[in-house]
Design a protein around this ligand. Structure first.
Ligand code: IPM
Ligand code: MG
Length: 352
């Protein structure tokens, strides 16, 4: 098949990891006889520097006319001054909104060879295989903001329709997995959470009666995620809780650098990015872990291009690479770490 993929390297380690993601996709195309056309565009801090806009019009146009978008990471100290007028993060939020990608899938699976890479006990993380479905285009991230010298406010609001559609994504995913859905909210305090719980309960009962549903308050969920992580299958939650808990959950797998994500809307087009940030402290040193991005490329093949076999081919190559000892600095422990490029090459060579 032929597919157009927009590549947004972004800032910091973003371009380094997306380079490896693209190499993997190119090799998959070669092996399986596809034609992937890559269109690289400026996005984030680098786009502020070059075009005065974190999401320039031509970048957005490329994203909207492509089949899928592969994104590295954005942001950095250069654009983070408290009085900064333009922020890379604003470009990312606008891109998510413009693309209508309201459901953010963030899987966390513990690879057996990495049970010891986590800061938790191996027996706690053994067998963990969960997916977060984070609501991505609503809530406090997108509410009205006010700011004066002495006061500030960020409004959190949700409509039933916004909750319904993300619940359907989570319900369908749970049905295809272990048929268990955990919904996380703060319904003992927040009205948005009370609506959330009501809508999730109604949609699941009516449309996914075979999925077991539980509701947990976000503070307790933060605890249970490190106490009994293997009990979770699919987790659905609102935007900000999802942001926070997915960083926590990624550590179950050993490193933030291993976690991929897929942001999906009603159509097939999706935005794929590792969940880590731009890591300015290690940018340009060629030591970042490209696995989160490479696994995001696998999700891209699965969800936007419908290429399940090819997606598995990448996931198998990553698993084999880890099995045979591939370790970037973030998971090296005492062993000699591989560079970003060497890790990419090792995975490319394992693709079948
Ligand atoms: C993420 C990031 C973003 C978010 C930032 C960069 C705006 O932390 O994708 O998790 O908060 O959504
Ligand atoms: Mg985050």
């Amino acid at each position: 098949m032929k597919a157009n993929i927009t590549v947004l390297g972004g800032d910091g380690i973003g371009p380094e990891v997306t380079r490896e993601g693209v190499r993997v996709l190119q090799r998959v195309a070669q092996i399986h006889g596809h034609q992937f056309v890559f269109d690289e565009r400026d996005f984030g801090g680098i786009a502020i520097d070059r075009h005065g806009d974190p999401l320039p019009e031509d970048t957005l146009a490329s994203c909207k006319s492509s089949d899928a978008i592969l994104l590295g990471a954005i942001g950095g100290p250069k654009w983070s001054a408290p009085d900064a007028k333009l922020r890379p993060e604003a470009g990312l939020l606008r891109l998510r909104k413009e693309l209508g990608v309201y459901a953010n899938l963030r899987p966390v699976a513990v690879h057996p060879a990495l049970e010891n890479a986590t800061t938790l006990k191996p027996e706690v993380v053994r067998g963990v295989d969960l997916v977060f479905v984070r609501e991505l285009t609503g809530g406090i991230y997108f509410g009205a903001k006010t700011r004066s010298a002495t006061d500030a406010s960020d409004l959190c609001s949700y409509s039933a329709a916004e909750i319904e559609r993300v619940t359907r994504v989570a319900g369908a995913l749970a049905l295809a997995r272990r048929r268990k859905l955990t919904s996380i909210d703060k319904s003992n305090v927040l009205d948005t959470s009370r609506l959330w719980r009501e809508v999730v309960t109604r949609v699941m009962k009516a449309e996914f009666p075979d999925v077991a549903v539980e509701h947990i308050l976000v503070d307790a969920a933060a605890m249970h995620l490190i106490r009994r992580p293997s009990d979770f299958d699919v987790i659905v939650t609102e935007n900000m809780f999802g942001d926070i808990l997915t960083d926590e959950a990624s550590m179950l797998a050993g490193s933030l650098g291993l976690s991929p994500s897929a942001s999906l809307g009603d159509g097939r087009r999706g935005l794929y990015e590792p969940i880590h940030g731009s890591a300015p402290d290690i940018a340009g040193r060629g030591i970042a872990n490209p696995v989160g991005t490479i696994l995001s490329a696998a999700l891209l093949l699965r969800h936007s291009l419908g290429l399940e076999d090819e997606a598995r081919c990448i996931e198998t190559a990553v698993a084999r690479a880890l099995d045979t000892g591939l370790r970037t600095a973030d998971i090296a422990g005492g062993s000699t770490p591989s560079s970003t490029a060497a890790a990419g090459t090792a995975i490319v060579e394992l693709l079948r």
